[in-house]
Design a binder for this molecule. Sequence first.
Ligand SMILES: [Zn+2]
Ligand SMILES: [Zn+2]
Length: 206
Amino acid sequence: MHQIWIPLKDIPAGGGEYEVDDQSVWQGPIAEFSLPFNIVEPLRGSVFLLPQDDGCLVRGRLTGRISAPCDRCAEPAELAIDHSFDSFEPFPAPAQPQRPAQPAQEVARGHGKAGASEPEADGEIEDVDEAVIRISPSGQGVEVSLSGLLWEEFLLALPAKPLCSATCKGLCPSCGSNLNTASCACTQEEGDPRLAALRGLTIGKK
Ligand SMILES: [Zn+2]
Ligand SMILES: [Zn+2]
């Protein structure tokens, strides 16, 4: 992934404006994490950075057009991205000795819960987002990552449930047909599945 780190000391006193249209900023993580997104029209980020005493003000806008699988029918849904953001990134604390490790929280009790390890919401230093702000590798000063920032804002810009159309009929739960383009014989079989076992029964007529 193409990383774009801006040292805060390079930002003019009144703040700095940055335009990012290098698609690898988004395409890199999309490929790295095998995410089902396609960039249909180039993404473009405009970011304004204004360093403060204890962090950096971040303001900007992300635009473009992508496709993502429809939440109902799984066909590609085109989504216009036009997302404004406004945040404050607190500075990371300077490197300091690690606190002694917490006594291990109870290890998941019971069997059959393999791999269900919840990340501990503990030991976080304020809300420092290390993908976005860090101490310079030289140890001098702080840098902000435009690429990290614009990737996170991209994820925030996506709807939780993308739809190819507000009226998408989705897939038939029985046979999997795409009901937007096909009708299937099982549509009238809907009903409470708990009653399905009774459907075979014939009620004796008087
Ligand atoms: Zn759909
Ligand atoms: Zn069906």
